[in-house]
Design a protein around this ligand. Structure first.
Ligand code: SF4
Length: 699
């Protein structure tokens, strides 16, 4: 029998719509009409069904043996052992010795249940997730300025009518290709402006009169934005009426940016004064202007301040919450939005509530049927949580769901050492990811097409993921795993296994919170309703936020002045280069999935270090030749890709690859003090060309 099921892509937050057709076990993908992708898919989406029948799939629980190998076990054996070790660990070292690490790819139902499981079944505050590496700075800035964080506070299609779109630090042409269809209006008006140290595929969309590419020195985005604000204020391009009616803090901002006159900004960023002034004037010209930020400007130790500066610029231009204009941030992971709303963040309860808020605790405790005091307090963010592994008073047992921290976390070798120092590591995955390979127990879980659930896209729209194929007999949904472990641990409350029931409970828990889903149900979502949160019971949802008021009590946005840190030593001094890391079209996140899709792996089988021809010549590096990229934290050994698309003082590595090609061997685990975001986008390294005989040396 042939069945066709309407669902969405398993990968990025654009959540392109697709039809999956199962013809006697042969599954094919077709793009489906939907506002974000208009029937289009990228390579990752087209090939996504291949992993359902991958020969590398884990099909039964795997237990590490005394000799280090893995052997299959029954589910009862595995779950009994896990429950016993969790109970022993808690009894011996306290509840906070058990850590939980979640993922931005989990469905809303799983993210919700994981947070509840950690707090009630394990009694631990030590839960966080890999969205900390992705969206945390933009989220912190949104909460700071608007009192609410929803990546795009407007539907993606609103961008179609824009005449000017400024994209800061996002390579959408490679990370979410169907999105670029929404840039066409701005391109045809000559108004697509891309800020990126590299001439990426997105930056190339500005060529031939379609806009402009601004190529600042890495790590100077905040100065660039302060310079733009300076020009906008000094050239009287601000929207004073909007500022008076809708914001607080403009006078302080005006005083704070006085020191960033254009010539000084040029000296720091390398962006010419004329380009800076032209850009400010273009943004203020009207006709529909949007400012969008991405990880390129957010993954820094001042990422929250940089996103805040982009918001400040948007506010003084009167762009936010007005028709045909706006500010937004481009979420990366598939459920990066929903994953940060329902409780897997260390400081959060469902509905985007603060775990430190007594009223929020009382509400959620009421839904869970427990006393508010039984819910632990705030935990610690992801980088800190991982750094505590093996440390006195730190994590001794870790459960990992939907994350591959050995590849995706900064300072990866330190993370690897921390995982090795644990008493007990459990990983839920489809494959032996690099993190699963280090586990004591690996639990095989269902993939996206084998289960129901909901995801929340980059525009805050809740969508249905549907069961399209039957899961292999030996795998289980995480919801079932949480249920079984909670039962063995005699946890209070209930842990449902039916996604629709869990969603209903999530909706009740979110009622009255910032991310209110209480008017939603699977029944409503199945009608095709465009369900943008907040969607309180009795409402029809909120496609466009901030039309009348912001979420602060007085309804006004906060213009929060921010300061740039002092300029660091220029790159290339003494042979030092600035490394930035990022994504390739063919791969997703740590590559644990896409590296197993033959077509994608063949197209991009390895990491290559991008560097400028002048830099390559200086270092004796040839295109395709082997190099060592080093700093105090580690060494990456890979081939070079010599390209004019990058600045001479900058090199680039994709972060999808493991082992000796893992870019995160080099990145530091210092973080933004507000958001906990690591600085992935600015690492100092040296590059050395390898002689042929050195290539074989062990790294
Ligand atoms: Fe669409 Fe993103 Fe999937 Fe590509 S990876 S098909 S852009 S959802």
């Amino acid at each position: 029998m042939t069945t066709t099921t309407a669902t969405h892509c398993p990968y990025c937050a654009l959540q392109c719509a697709m039809n999956l057709t199962d013809d006697a076990g042969s599954v094919t993908v077709a793009g489906r009409e939907f506002p974000t992708n208009r029937g289009g898919l990228c390579k990752k989406g087209w090939t996504s069904a291949e992993l359902l029948s991958s020969p590398e799939r884990i099909l039964e629980p795997m237990l590490r043996q005394p000799d280090g190998s893995f052997a299959g076990a029954t589910w009862d054996e595995a779950l009994d052992l896990i429950a016993a070790r969790l109970a022993d660990g808690r009894a011996e070292h306290g509840a906070d010795s058990v850590g939980v690490f979640g993922g931005g790819g989990l469905t809303n139902e799983k993210a919700y249940q994981l947070g509840k499981f950690a707090r009630l079944a394990l009694g631990t505050s030590r839960i966080d997730y890999n969205g900390r590496f992705c969206m945390s700075s933009a989220a912190a800035a949104g909460n700071r300025a608007f009192g609410l964080d929803r990546g795009l506070p407007f539907p993606v299609e609103d961008l179609d009518a824009a005449s000017t779109i400024l994209i800061l630090g996002s390579n959408v042409a490679q990370t979410m290709p169907p999105f670029i269809g929404h840039l066409e209006g701005a391109r045809s008006a000559g108004g697509l402006i891309v800020v990126d140290p590299r001439r990426t595929a997105t930056a190339r969309l500005t060529e031939n009169g379609a806009g402009s590419h601004v190529q600042p020195t890495p790590g100077t985005d905040l100065v660039l934005l302060l310079g733009l604000i300076n020009v906008v204020i000094n050239e009287k391009l601000v929207d004073l009426d909007y500022i008076d009616r809708r914001t607080i803090g403009f006078d302080e901002l005006r005083r704070s940016v006085g020191q960033w006159w254009p010539e000084r900004v040029q000296a720091e960023t390398g962006v010419p004064v004329r380009q800076l002034r032209d850009l400010a004037r273009r943004l203020a010209a009207g006709g529909g202007t949007y400012i969008l930020t991405g990880r390129g400007v957010e993954q820094h130790v001042d990422g929250t301040d940089t996103a805040t500066a982009a918001i400040n610029l948007s506010l003084i231009l009167g762009l936010v919450g007005t028709s045909h204009s706006g500010y937004g941030t481009l979420t990366g992971q598939g459920n990066g939005q929903g994953g940060r709303e329902h409780g897997q963040k260390c400081d959060q309860l469902p509905g985007y509530r603060k775990i430190t808020d007594p009223a929020a605790r009382a509400h959620v405790a009421g839904v869970w049927g427990v006393h508010p005091d039984s819910i632990p307090g705030a935990g610690i963010p992801a980088v800190e949580l991982l750094a505590s592994m093996g440390e006195p008073g730190g994590i001794r047992t870790l459960l990992v769901h939907g994350a591959n921290v050995v590849v995706s976390a900064p300072n990866a070798e330190r993370v690897r050492a921390g995982l090795a120092a644990l008493d007990f590591l459990v990983v839920c995955d489809f494959f032996f990811s690099e993190t699963a390979a280090l586990a004591d127990i690996v639990l095989p879980v269902t993939q996206w097409a084998e289960e129901d659930g909901t995801m929340t896209s980059l525009e805050g729209r809740v969508i249905r993921r549907r069961t399209a194929v039957t899961a292999p007999a030996g795998v289980r949904s995480e919801l079932w795993i949480f249920h079984e472990l909670a039962r063995r641990l005699h946890a209070p409350s209930t842990f449902g296994t039916d996604p629709a029931e869990v969603f209903d409970e999530l909706c009740r828990a979110s009622a009255g919170g910032p991310a209110d889903y209480s008017g939603l149900s699977y029944g409503l979502l199945d009608t095709g309703e465009a369900a943008y949160w907040p969607y309180p019971a009795g409402s029809t949802g909120t496609p466009r936020l901030f039309q009348d008021r912001f979420q602060h009590a007085d309804g006004r946005a906060r213009i929060h002045p921010v300061r740039a840190r002092g300029a660091d030593a220029p790159a290339q001094q003494g042979g030092i280069l600035t490394l930035i890391t990022g994504r390739l079209l063919e791969h997703y996140q740590s590559g644990a999935q896409t590296r197993r899709v033959p077509e994608l792996a063949q197209a991009r089988p390895e990491a290559r270090l991008q560097l400028h021809p002048a830099t390559a010549a200086q270092l004796g590096v040839v295109d395709g030749g082997w190099v060592d990229v080093t700093n105090a934290r580690g060494v990456v050994r890979c081939r070079a890709e010599v390209t004019v698309d990058i600045r001479h003082d900058t090199v680039f590595l994709p972060f999808h690859f493991p082992g000796e090609q893992s870019a995160n061997r080099l990145t530091a685990d210092r973080t933004d003090p507000v958001s906990g975001m690591p600085e992935f986008k600015r690492t100092t390294v040296r590059v050395r060309a390898l002689a042929g005989e050195e290539r074989g040396a062990h790294v």
